[in-house]
Design a protein around this ligand. Sequence first.
Ligand code: GLN
Length: 188
Amino acid sequence: MKRIGILAVQGAFFEHKVMLKELGAEVIEIRQKNHLENIELDGIILPGGESTVIGKLLRELDMFNPLKQLIDDGLPVFGTCAGLILLAKESINEDESYLASMDISIKRNAYGRQLDSFQVIHEFKDIGEIPMIFIRAPYIISTGNEVEILAIVDDNIVAAKQNNMLVTSFHPELSKDLNVHKYFLNMI
Ligand code: GLN
């Protein structure tokens, strides 16, 4: 059985938990530094929420460096929305980057206010058409050589993979479609 941690310091982690359990994984909420240090994980999810808040809490709770270390050492990680922002090397409309482990440049709150949240059905590489729910979402502006692009919606990159890292601008956990979580578990 695969044991997946979900970073649970802020944001929408409950739905991820439900999906992963449905797929037969063991799920552990990661709330403090010693969880990262003492629990052997096969993968970790960085959920949606507010990236500035999650980034700040990671530092306050002294979890930032251990988390980055695990990811840079190859722990499979799936970042959705704010999780994508946390993993990105660069954000074009923010001064700050966070874990900076993935070679992508992103734009935060990229869809602006008018289009705060929306849903489309769209192609995801190797999966097919799936529902994609966007909530104050970022998108990916450019990717490094090692990054595989998995979905493009309206000319914007909304899903990508680099080695052990998977990111989506949208929230698969808010739909009923388990495919992206299954894809992540297959990366492990
Ligand atoms: N707008 C949020 C941020 O900048 C992300 C939104 C989300 O995770 N649903 O962090």
